[in-house]
Design a binder for this molecule. Structure first.
Ligand code: SAH
Length: 426
């Protein structure tokens, strides 16, 4: 049964707010041609007719374009956030008013209400859960919702940390349905994680602080796809970039990409800005705070608000106070000042607008096509974690190229045969 009550602030049906959300969503949609093509086909073929889908994503204009696409395919949706600080109230309003989609969210909600909203989506008994961080999948497997778990045919996971979580559920033998790891599609992480997080992290830091990056020393913890993007863009703005790593292969790659590689204990002595993007926790911790320079800025662009150990920073600080939106000042026992951005949550989502629509076009095209795939193929899929089918990945890249007006060459039959042959030189 779909929930009809929508426990959101009273202005959620405000026509002005809905109109603003609609216009901003239309703006994002202009930059999402791949999704537009899929929506047109979905409207004709209705591959998701009557399928109940529970969605936990950042509630942004780009997500609204995805939700319109799924609805065009016939899906029945219920939506909660995947992070309390990324929700845009005007987007909630247009989804509720213009699309009649139940949305359980508001900007800046506290954690109890966040988890109530996750529960409200699960109460609609979704057949497919679409996650960013695996909160819906984990809640369904918590052992407290047997009926909900029985109703679910599968899940789709958007982000790196969520994929790590479902893989660990699978390895421990608890995962009860197939989950498609959208994050691991090439057309997702090579673009959204690298260029999207790369840009939105810098954007968030600049919007929050308005500091000059040229000449600043900028430390990036973690050289995965997101970290590579942030380091590349910080260098592009003229910063001197330091990378910290725990993986020898990635550390070597950062070195050969021309970055200084240091342990965190040394990086904190030099950095004007430190950004964590590892997916781990305690990356900047009690061991490091007093080594920071006076005035150092700390930000996080990884999954949870635990990469910078905010609890330890609070415990250590003599005083703390907000200095402007998204900046909190901590005075340490030594008298040094440290500035934490966006409460240690994803800075590019909280202080800027997450990944741009042109990239989410590809990530969410994977979501839409994988939803269709799961709805059709689930009877043949055992519980486990699945890659996005290679044909979908390539199709998304090709559709994006076509939309951009970029043409590429094709192998001749002769060249194909050459590449397929193991005999040398013939
Ligand atoms: N759920 C976690 C972190 C994941 S954030 C948390 O909130 O702490 C990273 C994910 O956000 C990426 O995988 C990306 O696909 C998604 N994302 C980035 N920009 C987005 C946007 N504009 N709209 C919706 N999701 C976005």
């Amino acid at each position: 049964m779909m929930a009809t009550a929508t426990p959101v602030p009273s202005d959620i049906r405000d026509p002005g707010l809905a109109e603003q959300g609609k216009r901003r969503t239309d703006w994002a949609a202009r930059q999402m041609p791949v999704l537009r093509g899929i929506a047109e086909r979905f409207a004709k073929e209705r591959p998701l007719q009557g399928v109940r889908i529970g969605v936990s994503l950042h509630i942004t204009t780009e997500t609204a374009v995805l939700l319109r696409t799924l609805r065009a395919g016939g899906a029945q949706l219920a939506v909660c956030p995947s992070n309390p600080l990324s929700t845009r109230d005007d987007v909630c309003a247009t989804l509720v008013v213009d699309e009649q989609i139940p949305v359980f969210a508001w900007y800046g909600e506290d954690l109890p209400s966040y988890y109530r909203h996750v529960a409200a989506v699960l109460a609609t008994r979704p057949q497919i859960v679409m996650d960013d961080g695996a909160d819906l999948i984990a809640a369904l497997h918590s052992g407290e919702d047997a009926a909900g778990l029985a109703a679910a045919i599968g899940g789709i996971e958007e982000t790196t940390t969520g994929v790590i979580r479902v893989r660990s559920m699978d390895a421990s033998g608890v995962l009860r349905f197939p989950v498609i790891a959208v994050n691991d599609a090439l057309t997702k992480h090579l673009y959204d994680n690298r260029y999207g997080t790369g840009q939105n992290t810098i954007d968030g830091i600049l919007r929050a602080t308005n500091v000059l990056l040229a000449g600043a020393t900028f430390a990036v913890a973690g050289y995965g796809w997101c970290g590579r993007g942030i380091a590349m863009r910080a260098r592009g703005m003229g910063a001197q970039v330091i990378v910290t790593e725990i993986d020898p292969v990635k550390a070597l790659e950062a070195h050969m990409d021309g970055f200084r590689v240091l342990p965190m204990a040394e990086a904190v002595r030099e950095a004007d800005i430190v950004v964590t993007v590892t997916g781990g926790h305690g990356v900047v911790s009690a061991d490091h705070f007093e080594s920071l320079k006076d005035g150092a800025i700390l930000a996080n662009s990884g999954h949870f608000d635990v990469e910078v150990d905010v609890a330890a920073l609070r415990a250590l600080a003599v005083t703390r106070r907000p200095v402007r939106e998204h900046i909190e000042e901590y005075v340490l026992p030594s008298g040094k000042h440290v500035y934490l951005l966006a409460e240690g949550r994803l800075v590019g989502q909280a202080a800027a607008e997450a990944s741009p629509a042109a990239l989410m076009d590809m990530s969410f095209a994977n979501q839409a096509l994988c939803t269709e795939y799961l709805a059709r193929e689930h009877p043949g899929l055992e519980p486990g974690v699945y890659d996005v089918p290679a044909a979908i990945d390539r199709q998304v890249a090709q559709l994006k190229l076509t939309a951009l007006g970029i043409r590429i060459d094709q192998l001749s039959p002769d060249q194909e045969q050459y590449l397929a042959s193991w005999q040398s030189g013939t």
